[in-house]
Design a protein around this ligand. Structure first.
Ligand code: ATP
Length: 141
C-alpha cells in the first residue's frame, strides 16, 4: 500500500520524520485528513493537534500554527512551535495558562495573552488526548 513520508519541522529542528498512512492536521478552514495520493495543497494551520498514523502506531503532536504542504507521497508541516504529546511539560503549560489569564484579567497585552492562553490550553488538551488514548497516570495535583 502507498505510504506518506511525514516531516514535521520547526525553526529549532525536526520534531518528527515518519512513514504514515494517515495524517490529521488542523487546517485554518477545518481539520484536514490526508491519505496517500492526496491532491497537492498548501494551507496555513491553526494551533492544535496533529495525528500521524502508521498501521497500529499513532503519534500525537501539538503544533502552534504554521503551514501544511501535501504532495501525493509527502506531507510537510512547518510549525512555529511543536512538541510530541509525550514531550509536553504540563506544569509549564499550566503556568503559562495562569500567566495569560492574569494578564487578560488586568486587560494587559490582550492579543498576545489570548494567543498564549490558546497555546497553553491546547498543549494541555493534546497531553490529555494522549493520556486517554495510550493510558498513563494523571498529573500529580
Ligand atoms: P511559555 O509561556 O511556557 O514559554 P509559549 O506558548 O510562549 O509557552 P512557545 O512560544 O509556543 O511557548 O514555544 C517556545 C518554545 O518552548 C518551543 O520550542 C516550544 O516547543 C517550547 N515549549 C513551550 N511550552 C512548552 C511545554 N509546555 N512543553 C514543552 N515544550 C514547550
Amino acid at each position: 500500500m502507498a505510504k506518506l513520508q511525514v516531516e514535521l519541522v520547526t525553526a529549532e529542528g525536526r520534531i518528527l520524520s515518519e512513514e504514515a498512512d494517515f495524517v490529521l492536521a488542523p487546517g485554518v478552514e477545518g481539520d484536514l485528513g490526508v491519505l496517500p495520493n492526496h491532491i497537492p495543497l498548501l494551507t496555513p494551520l491553526r494551533t492544535g493537534e496533529v495525528m500521524v498514523r502508521n498501521g497500529e502506531a499513532e503519534h500525537i503532536l501539538f503544533v502552534a500554527g504554521g503551514f501544511l504542504e501535501v504532495l501525493p507521497d509527502k506531507v510537510t508541516i512547518l510549525a512555529d512551535a511543536a512538541e510530541r504529546a509525550e514531550d509536553i511539560d504540563e506544569a509549564r503549560a499550566e503556568e503559562s495558562r495562569k500567566r495569560a489569564q492574569e494578564l487578560l484579567a488586568q486587560d494587559i497585552g490582550n492579543y498576545e495573552a489570548s494567543l498564549a492562553l490558546e497555546r497553553a490550553e491546547l498543549r494541555l488538551r493534546v497531553a490529555d488526548v494522549r493520556r486517554r488514548r495510550h493510558g498513563g497516570h494523571p498529573p500529580a495535583q
